[in-house]
Design a protein around this ligand. Sequence first.
Ligand SMILES: O=C[C@H](O)[C@H](O)[C@H](O)COP(=O)(O)O
Length: 250
Amino acid sequence: MLLKHNLAQQITHKIMSAINDAKRAAAHKAVNEYVKNGFKVGVGSGSTIVYAIDRLAERVHKEKLNIVCIPTSFQSRQLLIKNQLTVGELEIYPQLDVCIDGADEVDSNLNLIKGGGACLLEEKIVASCAKIFVIIADYTKNSEKLGDKYKKGIPIEVVPMAYKPVKQVIENRFGGDLELRMAIAKAGPVVTDNGNFILDWRNFKQDVDWDIINKDILQIPGVVESGLFIGMAQKVYFGLEDGTVKEQEK
Ligand SMILES: O=C[C@H](O)[C@H](O)[C@H](O)COP(=O)(O)O
């Protein structure tokens, strides 16, 4: 029994370490190829972006680059400050040279599901201000159709008082189930950096036109933003299991 448990632990550890290596490889390549001196850079959120910030800090300090980073969450702001990178605001820099971010899933048309860490609103705003939106991801995120790989659902950020009506409208109009995301180390729901709630939409139909559905969802009163990033990403770096990086672009 103990032997079985140890073996399972070793396998999990091996998989996790391969995934982390893949995230690091993708993140480093993106930062090496897309960040140049003088750039204003949008910096995403999540676990993959940690490796991009590490590489950014390394390059800025070694190559004496003069760049300004615009964070997409409390988390990325904290990481930028910790790494002594210059933090800027969209109010001062409304136009960015590039935005680099992770994703929960990337389909064959480079449409994305984002918001697994509840940062979708600021991520979409910052990405929309950039000339180029670059995604970094490990091989587990690469799918044919949205929903093939990521099973936690499409995140939808809503104003708290509207979570029930929004849930009902989407379920009635498009099918599937929406669930209020609950916090782990807090009683009650997850509250985003912007004071909103998150609904996770699961069991949705996959063969649909996501552009139309996304536009429709954004019209529902109380919806702040969706985790569907349709037609936004121009380039994706997937870190693979063998240590190489696969590039995909529009
Ligand atoms: O809200 C979170 C963001 O959309 C993340 O970029 C996304 O969840 C991917 O995160 P990770 O790199 O941890 O898989």
